[in-house]
Design a protein around this ligand. Structure first.
Ligand code: PA5
Length: 428
């Protein structure tokens, strides 16, 4: 379903020479014995997910279908990036069906918030608030403003179906508020951290409300769980990818560029950056994850990649089948001199650009290039891809002796900010 190719990786070590490390770590992941092991709930999630809650998500989406034209997702980090990535990848950027989807609760920008509030003035809105802790300031502030807007516009009674909350099963102010107001509630599992939570209610609720078939997403997730449940490096492309990252960093490459040729996968790049960056970037270690969308960014970052500092390697994403295709029309006048492409598929041109770029970056630029190939950008593939990257990320972090599931560094800005904001308890 997903293939991984390191043919152009310039690897100086044999991936298979890491087999014994991989076997050891594979058991650590599956037997949940490594650092951060209380956050390994995602490992068996494709099998053990809460079926009752899953049905409730589908019922909610069916019940609300057609009753709103804008879905607002309010959350930050792992509480929105997965859903945002899925919705763009699966529906495309300008879908013909389904509600418009907006994301809030991920910024303090007053301009952004104010424009969102004006934009939704005459829309029929459903709001999905997602916060595991229920106390994240960006999300809580945005929710406070949106709730005020919605209560004024619809009244408290109607807000009971227009506001959906996903949070901890028992604790937090968001949980208490949801109980009090009677909002529909879903649970962020205790043993799954934000950036591994996209296929729990965290991402499934917004996906379903955006009109996505979450059954197919879970089918792909389950297929990857089965296919990738092997420590054999020859059979496990996720582990080969994880090992390859380590080999390349040992060779001095400290930046990884995620390269997509599909604009609707730009946010998959953002989600991937959070997954790898927040999991691996600690103890002074890790590869800096970055992302570009080609061919757009060949006209900006392409120059650096081709001829700049040799600090990076690329991980290209190839999509075999585009969601839609177009034939390039013929123009008898041929003013633009493009008739040599008349009758060709636009996707074929995209693929030739990818092939030509790979050649340029590898042969002329001497930039190591890895390739991950997806069949398409549909639900099943998204679910499969999530498990692939989760597993690769856990493997690559454990190989570096890093706990992939905490993010202690994120707290430092919060402490300073709370002090400056005068939050009680942060006076010093
Ligand atoms: O990956 C993570 O754990 C973080 O990015 C969190 O998802 C993010 O900080 C949001 O936290 P919460 O869901 O508690 O509001």
């Amino acid at each position: 379903m997903i293939s991984f190719d390191a043919e152009h990786g310039f690897l100086k070590e044999d991936i298979l020479s890491y087999q014994s490390d991989v076997t050891r770590i594979h058991h650590m992941i599956h037997e949940k014995t490594g650092a951060g092991n209380d956050f390994l709930g995602w490992v068996d999630l494709p099998r053990d997910y809460n079926k009752e809650e899953f049905d409730r998500i589908q019922q909610l989406a069916a019940k609300l279908k057609g009753k709103y034209d804008t879905l607002i997702v309010c959350g930050i980090g792992g509480s929105y990036l997965g859903a945002a990535a899925a919705i763009d990848m699966i529906r495309g950027l300008y879908p013909e069906e389904g509600p418009e989807v907006l994301f809030t609760g991920n910024t303090f920008s007053s301009t952004y918030m104010s424009q969102i509030l004006k934009h939704i003035e005459n829309k029929s809105v459903v709001l999905d608030v997602v916060s595991k802790s229920g106390t994240t300031t960006e999300t809580a502030l945005a929710f406070r403003m949106l709730r005020e807007f919605m209560e004024k516009k619809y009244g408290k009674e109607e807000c009971k179906w227009r506001i959906v909350v996903t949070t901890d099963r028992a604790k937090g102010t968001l949980k208490a508020l949801a109980d009090q107001e009677g909002y529909e509630e879903f649970v962020v599992p205790d043993d799954i951290g934000g950036r591994y939570s996209v296929l729990s209610a965290v991402g499934l609720v917004p996906m379903a409300l955006a009109g996505i078939d979450i059954n197919k997403v879970m089918e792909g997730f389950a297929a990857a769980y089965k296919d990738l449940d092997t420590d054999d490096l020859k059979k496990n492309p996720a582990y080969r990818y994880g090992v390859t990252r380590r080999i390349l960093q040992n060779q001095g490459y400290n930046v990884e560029m995620f390269v997509t040729y599909e604009p609707q996968m730009r946010l998959v790049g953002e989600w991937w950056k959070q997954l790898f960056g927040e999991s691996e970037g600690k103890d002074g270690k890790g590869i800096l994850p970055d992302s570009v969308t080609f061919s757009t960014d060949l006209h900006s970052m392409g120059q650096f990649i081709q001829q700049g500092n040799k600090l990076l390697f690329e991980t290209g994403i190839k999509v075999n089948h585009p969601t839609e295709n177009l034939t390039i029309p013929d123009d008898p006048a041929n003013f633009d001199q493009m008739n040599y492409l008349s009758g060709k598929d636009l996707d074929w041109v995209n693929k030739m650009a990818q092939e030509g770029t790979l050649q340029a970056h590898v042969e002329d630029g001497h930039v190591p290039n890895l390739m991950i190939t997806l069949d398409d950008m549909k639900e099943y593939t998204f679910g499969y891809m999530c498990y692939f990257f989760f597993l690769a990320c856990a493997m690559t972090c454990y190989m570096l002796d890093i706990n992939p599931f905490n993010q202690p560094g994120v707290e430092i800005y919060k402490r300073n900010m709370f002090h400056l904001l005068g939050k009680p308890g942060y006076e010093k």
